[in-house]
Write a protein that binds this ligand. Structure first.
Ligand code: ZN
Length: 120
């Protein structure tokens, strides 16, 4: 019985602890994220709201000149008000005309989803 070391506890040996950690899957987890379609939530505030109304885009259109987006009704109103002078983008002051507006059906879809999440 002299070979037995009373103080040797295999469960506290560093390599045993390391093995136990590897077996438990620790250090391996966290890498597997759910790659869902709603991953790009970071830009929601900026891109899903109309700079003119401050609310969610309705029938969103984008300015082909600068890429900013607005609610169609709001931007049409904005342009109509400036009928005498050239209207400008409310975000970057770039040129803004009816002819440079393009419908954004994909953005409209995102807005619908965001509104549903908000319970609107
Ligand atoms: Zn702009």
């Amino acid at each position: 019985m002299e070979l037995m070391d009373e103080n040797f506890d295999p469960s506290s040996h560093p390599s045993v602890l390391e093995l136990a950690r590897l077996l438990s899957g620790e250090g391996n987890g966290g890498g597997v994220e759910e790659a869902e379609e709603d991953v790009q939530v970071k830009k929601v505030q900026q891109s899903l709201k109309c700079p003119l109304t401050g609310t969610y885009l309705e029938d969103p259109v984008s300015n082909s000149g600068c890429g900013h987006t607005y609610s169609r009704a709001a931007v049409m109103e904005h342009i109509r008000h400036r009928a005498v002078r050239a209207a400008r983008c409310p975000v970057c002051s770039g040129p803004l005309t009816v002819s440079c507006l393009q419908p954004e059906p994909r953005l409209a879809k995102k807005v619908r989803r965001a509104k549903r999440k908000d319970g609107l």
